[in-house]
Design a protein around this ligand. Structure first.
Ligand SMILES: C[S@@+](CC[C@H](N)C(=O)[O-])C[C@H]1O[C@@H](n2cnc3c(N)ncnc32)[C@H](O)[C@@H]1O
Length: 292
């Protein structure tokens, strides 16, 4: 049954504030950077077939910090290439932040032509079909965004169909073994509005790919999140983090009391978190899936 609670993604302004606070309280972007500098170079080395021009698509790129980090590795593996980068991002606020970041680093990025698509992944799919686009991509990434599509399997299929020979599709989501996985296995029906948000982990995506016989490589990225503020009643930041954790808009104010109590109890349970030096540290481990 779909949750009657309102999804946080309905309010982009609050969503983006919650996401920013989550980034400040977690090692999310640091563990991605470690992956990008240690593992991604070998993955990128195999794309492109020696071509001098590469097509990249970033889906749900946010403010682009992680995208640009990946471009620096891409450039090192393929010196002298030019790149066309399609950015697919529905939030005008995030798209604006991404453009500002690009303009600040303009001279380092002059080999990239950016095409800004202010749209969702499914709108982009429609746009691609209507325009009868035949262009193929060498590298496509969907980082922490498959929660926000109606059918993650169909979205993966579509983007995989855009890959060139030797192209790679990179997916990052929370790991099935993370605190998120435990939270969602327990409260998915109460929290997720399946019309707009899915409680999906890399475990779910791997099962889906296995059932279709699609091959992939996978990696686990250890990560943590300090959720201590969530346990101080009325704490504004704690409430914002709780919205992000549950994907529910104003969770503290709108969730039935027994759901709220159950979620708070589970969040600090040893299945999800460890308590250390008076802090509650949530398991934010991520998983990476790379599809050819
Ligand atoms: C958790 S943020 C991740 C941003 C960035 N990839 C990162 O890791 O820093 C999710 C992003 O997906 C975007 N998004 C939400 N719904 C989307 C959809 N249906 N299609 C594409 N992107 C979406 C949001 O606006 C947001 O920028």
């Amino acid at each position: 049954m779909a949750s009657p609670l309102k999804s946080l993604v309905n309010d982009d302004n609050r969503y983006q504030r919650a996401f920013q606070l989550f980034l400040e309280r977690s090692s999310e972007h640091q563990c991605m950077r470690d992956f990008i500098h240690n593992k991604l170079p070998d993955i990128l080395a195999s794309i492109g077939d020696g071509k001098s021009h590469l097509n990249v698509i970033g889906v749900g790129s946010g403010a682009g910090e992680i995208d640009l980090e990946m471009f620096s590795e891409l450039r090192q593996k393929h010196p002298g290439v030019t790149v066309e980068n399609e950015v697919v991002e529905p939030s005008s606020q995030q798209l604006h932040n991404y453009k500002v970041l690009v303009s600040q680093k303009k001279t380092d990025l002059d080999y990239i032509k950016f095409t800004w698509n202010k749209m969702t992944a499914s709108e982009f799919e429609e746009h691609w079909r209507v325009k009868k686009m035949t262009k193929k991509a060498d590298f496509i990434h969907m980082i922490q965004m498959l929660y926000y599509v109606k059918d993650p399997g169909a979205t993966i299929n579509f983007f995989q169909s855009l890959l060139n020979k030797n192209g790679k599709l990179l997916i990052i989501l929370v790991s099935g073994e993370s605190g998120w996985g435990k939270l969602w296995r327990t409260y998915k029906n109460q929290l997720c509005n399946t019309e707009i948000s899915q409680c999906v982990t890399t475990g779910d995506i791997k099962s889906l790919l296995d059932s279709k016989g699609v091959g992939y490589q996978s990696y686990e990225l250890p990560s943590q999140m300090d959720i201590s503020e969530c346990f101080t009643e009325g704490d504004e930041k704690g409430e914002l983090l709780l919205d992000f954790l549950t994907e529910v808009l104003d969770f503290s104010k709108t969730a039935p009391p027994e759901l709220k109590a159950g979620v708070l109890e589970l969040l600090r349970h040893e299945d999800c978190s460890v308590e250390s030096e008076g802090k509650v540290i949530f398991n934010n481990n991520l998983g990476v899936i790379v599809i050819d």
